[in-house]
Design a protein around this ligand. Structure first.
Ligand code: C2E
Ligand code: MG
Ligand code: MG
Length: 634
């Protein structure tokens, strides 16, 4: 992305500099003129004083010559002027105005009897000369007059060299000032450019940041509004980037972001803009012609990210979820366009990540609904709207009730019963599952203690654990605390974790399960068969039981694949010393098949739906009859 100048600053800067220089030049000019004027006045004063001294000397020395009308003596007196180069001509006049003696330097004109005004004022200046007249008195009697004419040539010569010097100093200062200002402008400009860079570029990837993204997107939108066309916006969020940061450290996380940015750049066309707008979030703006190509670009990006990244000797696989929105198709302004792309991105994440989703209006409604559900769920815990139902698990060999799965129920005062499949994902995404899970564990332990008092011993209760809970550092503390608080033996608590959750962070989960197993707590793998499904891998975890997912049980007997999968899971689990629970058993045909395949425990509507706690006692006293299978086999 090209960097843009900070709002018109270079032009304004140039004019300001020129104006400042002009002001400085004007000030220097005024100062120079004043200095020259001052110097001129000083030189004039010096000339007056000099001529005055000469006139005084001549007048004092020519008194006798005037008394005796001695023109020779007067001429000799005037000869002292040879030593005063500024004096061009001089004359001594009698009181009657007759010239007694005169002095001339070179070609200078002879002085004449001065007018009365000059005699009165003492001196007068012409363009190139100064005339001076001094009366000669004796005992208070006026006997004659000395008149001098001094040339201003020397004054002007000195003044010119002085003015030249001053001008040179002024011009030198101006030039130095200009150079200084120009240098400062360069420094300021490079500082501005650096600030602009910092404000617009993400330092880790070198890509434009969120600020620049907003600028570029609004520019692209205004172009569409003016000239037509479309803008496509792709919001890309790396899946599980946090795990890389947490396990390999932030420097590796930063390196991965850099490598991802490089790969994204490689699959972009020159007109496309790619920005890093958050921790692991990138945005791609497709302008005009490419605006509607979002889906195609997203496919290209997902394919480009498929090969592993080399991060400090680790080979890391990264996937991304991408949401796409187009203007003017999905939105007419920047906010809606961004929000819609975000909505689509979350939808892609919800679809199981490593996917992209184009925005469509129903998505928005879904998001609004989800948001309002989240707000209600926050209040549900404090208002006591959550409760636990318990679904019986029956042993096939003797039809005995051996366990109960605790299942959350939310009874909302207006919306009625809300299914866990609807609110558990919301609780997961918002993090609310942590306090809700803590409540569930305590409620289940409290209930176990109550049943024990009512004589219902030997029955374990399974509690479901979510992905978020397994990452909660206080989980072990909470579980052990709840067991102790209600005096429940750890062997009676079973925790259900799906294989997908286990595989998300193998090392941490192996540690977690081992820690809890040493306390005596049992573990079941929930929804087995829908995720990773590797028995060998799962064997790394201290598991006691496998629960075959409902989807495999649904179509048996009849569906050959499901029959084969169910039978294989049971056989493999048994060889590994694990017991097997079949989920979602709804009829006797399924029951018969599973019994024949050797399944240990059954859970499903065929025996009982999840029950409120008070009904559990009733059921334990009258357990369901588990029929013999033969007549139901296909
Ligand atoms: P799950 O752990 O696999 O629980 C079994 C689900 O299958 C329950 O749905 C149960 O009512 C349902 N089910 C049992 N037998 C049958 C049957 O014969 N037919 C059919 N169609 N369904 C049957 P429920 O109670 O709606 O819970 C759904 C999911 O919500 C649970 O699946 C579990 O993943 C989650 N969940 C429920 N309670 C909790 C909880 O306390 N914590 C967490 N983290 N998740 C929970
Ligand atoms: Mg379960
Ligand atoms: Mg299940």
């Amino acid at each position: 992305m090209k960097s843009q100048p900070i709002s018109g600053s270079p032009r304004i800067g140039r004019w300001t500099t020129l104006a400042n220089l002009a002001t400085a030049a004007a000030a220097l000019l005024v100062a120079t003129i004043l200095l020259i004027l001052f110097q001129y006045l000083s030189l004039r004063r010096a000339l007056i004083e000099d001529a005055g001294v000469q006139a005084r000397i001549i007048s004092e020395n020519s008194t006798a010559a005037l008394m005796f009308n001695d023109s020779r003596a007067s001429s000799e007196t005037l000869a002292v002027l040879d030593a005063a180069p500024a004096i061009q001509a001089a004359g001594i006049f009698t009181a009657q105005g007759q010239l007694l003696a005169s002095y001339r330097r070179g070609e200078a004109a002879q002085v004449a009897m001065p007018p009365a005004s000059l005699i009165e004022s003492g001196y007068a200046f012409g363009v190139d000369h100064m005339d001076m007249a001094r009366r000669i008195d004796l005992d208070g009697r006026h006997i004659g007059l000395v008149v001098l004419r001094a040339s201003l040539g020397q004054v002007y010569t000195r003044l010119a060299s002085y003015a030249g010097l001053i001008l040179m100093i002024a011009l030198g200062s101006l030039a130095a000032g200009y150079l200084l200002v120009a240098r400062m402008r360069r420094v300021v400009k490079s500082a501005e450019a650096h600030l602009h860079y910092l404000a617009h570029i993400d330092p880790i990837t070198g890509l434009p940041n969120r600020h620049a993204f907003n600028e570029r997107l609004s520019l692209a939108i205004s172009k569409v509004n003016q000239f037509g066309g479309s803008v496509g916006l792709l919001l890309l969020d790396l899946d599980n980037f946090k795990i890389v940061n947490d396990t390999l450290g932030h420097p590796s996380g930063d390196l991965l972001l850099k490598l991802v940015a490089q790969r994204l750049l490689e699959c972009m066309r020159s007109g496309d803009v790619i920005c890093r707008i958050g921790g692991d979030e990138f945005a791609i703006i497709l302008e005009s012609g490419a605006g509607r190509n979002g889906g195609w670009v997203a496919e290209k990006i997902l394919a480009a990210l498929a090969s592993p990244f080399d991060v400090n000797v680790h080979e890391i696989y990264v996937t991304a979820s991408i949401g796409i929105s187009t203007l003017p198709h999905d939105a007419v302004d920047l906010e809606t366009l961004t929000r819609n792309a975000d909505t689509a991105m979350y939808q892609a994440k919800g679809k199981g990540k490593n996917a992209f989703e184009m925005f469509h209006p129903e998505l928005d409604q879904r998001v609004q609904k989800r948001l309002s559900l989240e707000t209600k769920l926050r209040k549900a815990l404090e208002r006591g709207e959550l409760m636990l139902y318990y679904q019986p698990q029956v042993r096939l060999s003797d039809g005995k009730l051996v366990g109960l799965e605790a299942l959350l129920r939310w009874n909302h005062p207006e919306l009625g019963m809300i299914s866990p499949s609807e609110f558990i994902p919301v609780a997961e995404d918002s993090g609310l599952i942590v306090p809700i899970g803590r409540w569930t564990l305590r409620a289940a332990c409290r209930q176990m203690a109550a049943w024990q008092q009512a004589g219902l011993c030997d029955i374990h209760v399974s509690v479901n654990l979510s992905a978020r809970q397994t990452r909660d550092p206080l989980l072990v503390h909470d579980i052990i605390g709840a067991l102790r608080e209600f005096g429940v033996s750890p062997g009676q608590l079973e925790l259900e974790i799906t294989e997908t959750v286990l595989m998300e962070n193998v090392h941490a989960n192996v540690d977690l399960l081992n820690r809890l197993q040493t306390e005596g707590i049992r573990f079941s793998i929930d929804d087995f068969g829908t995720g990773y499904s590797s028995m060998a891998y799962l064997k790394r975890f201290p598991i006691d039981q496998v629960k075959i997912d409902r989807t495999f049980v649904r179509d048996i007997p009849g569906d050959r694949d499901d029959e084969a999968i169910t039978t294989a899971i049971i056989a493999m689990a048994h060889r590994l010393g694990l017991s097997v629970v079949a989920e979602g058993v709804e009829n006797e045909r399924q029951l018969a098949f599973l019994r024949l395949a050797g399944c240990d425990i059954m859970q499903g509507f065929h025996f009982s739906e999840p029950l409120p706690p008070e009904k559990v006692i009733e059921m334990a006293r009258n357990p369901p009859v588990v029929l013999e299978p033969a007549s139901f086999l296909p």
